[in-house]
Each structure stands twice: as C-alpha cells, then as structure tokens.
Design a protein around this ligand. Sequence first.
Ligand code: ATP
Ligand code: MG
Length: 471
Amino acid sequence: MIFSIAKEEREIFTIIEEEATKLGYPAFVVGGFVRDRLLGRQTKDMDIVCVGDGIKLAEAVASRLNPIPRVVFYSRFGTAMLKHWDIEVEFVGARKESYRQDSRNPDVEFGSFEDDQNRRDFTINALAVSLNQYNFGEIIDSFGGLRHLEEKIIITPLDPNRTFSDDPLRMLRAIRFSTQLQFDIAPKTLASIKENKSRILIISKERITTELEKILASPKPSIGFNLLFDTGLLQLILPELAALQGVETKKGKSHKDNFYHTLEVVDNLCKKSDNIWLRWAALFHDIAKPPTKRFEPEIGWTFHGHEALGAAMLPRIFKKLKLPLDHKLKYVQKLVLYHLRPISLTKEQVTDAAIRRLIFDAEEDLDDLLMLCEADITSKNLNKVNKYLEGYELVRQKVKAVSESDRIRLWQPPITGEIIMDTFKIPPSKEVGIIKTAIREAILDGNIPNEHDAAFELMLQEGAKLGLKRG
Ligand code: ATP
Ligand code: MG
C-alpha cells in the first residue's frame, strides 16, 4: 500500500530520500506521524529512522532546506532534531535495545530496521513509510498495524509481558492512546498491564504525569481513568484519587460513589472547556471526601470540610506529580476551596454582601468556578438538574447586578463636589448634590463623554438652572 504524501511534505521527503541515498542509508518515516496521518489527525512531529548515523543525515538534509534550520543534537541518544516550517523532524539511527530489570534506561546498540521496528510499543505505532528510491512511499506494516487501525485496537507487536516489562511507561501509553483515539486495548495486552502494573514504580513521576495530562486533555478522560483504576495502576500512581471509589451503606443509607461521580464531572467539564488546569480542578474537587467521611445517624453520610481539606492536600499531590507549584496550583486550590460556595448562594435569600464576597474571593476565576459547579451536577433527575442550572443562572445575574452597582458606587465623575463649590462659590449644599447627580447621569446615559471639559460645561448649565452664577 502507498502512503498518500501531502503536498507540503513532498519536498522534505524527497530531500531526505536523496540525501539518505547519497549516504547509503535506508530511511523511513515511522511511528506516530504515520499513524496520525492515516487516522486524519493533526501531527506536528515527524520521526525519521535511518540505518546509519541519524545526526549526519539531519545535517545533510538541513543544508538543503531554505532557510537552513538549526540542527539540535542529543549525542548521548544519537538523535538530531530540526524544525522545518512548523514541523519538528527528529532523526535517529536504527537501534536495538535490551533492558535490565531495575531500570527503564535501555542499553542501546545499532541495529537493523527490523530491530528498530521490534522495539516499538504498539502495532499502530510500528507502521513505517519508505523513503528509499526503490519503493518510495510504500507503507511497511510488519505487525498488522493497518488492520488494527481499522479495528480500533491497541495491541503490542511482541509478547505484551516483554513489551511492558522492558519499558513500563508503555502501560500508561496504551491507556493514553485508548483514551485519545477511543480504541480498545486487546484483552491479552490489558491482562498483561494488570500483571505488570507494579513495574510502573520504576518510571519517573514527570513521565507518568505527562501521560496523565494527555489523558486529561482528551475529549473523554473517564475512559483513561477507568482503565487506570481497573488495571490497578491508579492505586499506585495516584492513590488519593483511587480512594474515592466505592460505596458504603449503614442503616440503609448509602453515599454516592465519588470516583465515578468525579469522572462524570471531568467529562462534563471537558465538553465546555479545554483549560487543562480547570480540568485538574475537576479531577481533584472532591479529593478530600475519603478523609472527611463521617456517618451521622440523624443525617447519614457527610463530608464536612472536604473543600478546605482538599485545597490543603493539593500542594503535596502537585509536588508528588511534579506539577508546577506556582500560580497554577493556587488557581486549582482556589477552585477546589470554593466549589461549594455558589450552590449555597442559590439556596437562601442571598445578601449583596454574600455575592460581593464571592466576587472578591474568586476574582477573575469566577466564570471558571461557575463552570465547574455546573459540571458538578450529575443527578439523573432532569427536574433537579434544571433547578440547579436555574440557580446558577440566578447567581450569575446577581453577580452582574452587584458588580454594576459597585462600579457606580466606586466610580468618580470628572467633576467633584469641590470643583462645583469652588466654581459657584457656594458651601456644601443640596445644589452640589443635584449638579453632581446630573453630571453622573448624563455620563452614564451617554449624553456627554466622561471628560472634564464636557462635564464642566454641563455643570455651568445645571448651575444656571438653579440660579447659580460663576463666582
Ligand atoms: P504523541 O506524539 O501523540 O505523544 P507518538 O506515538 O508520536 O504520540 P512519540 O513519543 O512522539 O509518541 O514517539 C514516536 C514513536 O516512537 C511512537 O509512535 C512509537 O513508535 C515510538 N515510541 C515512543 N515512545 C515509546 C516507548 N516508550 N516504547 C516504545 N516505542 C515508543
Ligand atoms: Mg509523536
């Protein structure tokens, strides 16, 4: 089968083919680029494997491009990278890897193209396109990846136990691809993840978090988090979240399963927002429910203070996941801390002061907070859902009304009482107030611009109406 090469790629593919031929290296486009193109997904990174020195090939290709790009080396890995237009092209020599039990860092040696294909994680990531003269553009499918793309299935090219024990990060990658592409993981591959799950502990937190973040950035993250839980990986990498799972019943009273509730909230939110930090906030909004859970015979299950404890737990969780400890953490903490506040404002007769406090506390993140609150409605009872939604709409209206009246209250017109008193040589009096109000109303109604000269002119007119003369 021939790969359909887009117009904008033909130039670089042809140059790679010509330079690789000169150097005597067989060359191929491999991995994610081929997969994503066949699926019609956007890709910005392209991996080129050659049987030879990847750095030499990168330099030869760069010298042919216009403008000549800078080539970045990673000599330790024998890779080189250049950027052409907005595509990042990475060059690497074909290699063979062997792994030791205690580390994910492989011993690398040069290998054949087949060796290189064998170390790929999934069949859909082991497709390659030839950049060689004799079969330029032909798809090389050593493990049935084309069929698996069609069948929407994630499966390892070799025995999954070997693939996963060689590099346990691949277990997370399987779940991440399953979430991004909405593909199933083949039963044997999935069983092997369960079996090898504890090997994940040798992987660095940064790499784990990168995969978690990609799951969270997908259209329906619950697919991934359910798989993480079912395979037992979540219990190892984020036990605080796994602890939300389960329902307890006492004296005929049960609470909801807070894990599945959380995943529903995350999915709901993802339909409304791409903001990854808001998505983290949704994932963590009930994180302190397990440690605050109490059974009170009169009321049933309660989780008093889970919002404050949740916010307090976040710095440790962020640190563990190597997430940033800056304003992004503060933002997520703020949303977790206040996620119950808007609902309380839909219930009682709410004072302006309570609304003002919400505006003050949430600052510029108030819209995001309300979005989180709306996503938090997971009731299956449509009447209840509508009641909550109306409540939040009312909160939004009150926020608007209070902000507007505050703006007017705090707003200073260009002509002050002192100027009026000084101009007409009058003491503080009712007339000063009448003139000030007339100026403010004229500006708010848009009859005069909010400027000194126009306001001064109007002051003189209003003064004349009151029989005042300029002193
Ligand atoms: P994305 O770019 O969306 O993260 P990708 O599949 O392109 O997905 P990359 O990290 O860009 O992932 O890697 C490119 C290719 O390298 C993959 O398609 C795969 O063939 C191979 N690869 C990457 N990481 C691994 C790994 N941990 N084990 C085996 N093969 C891998
Ligand atoms: Mg990629």
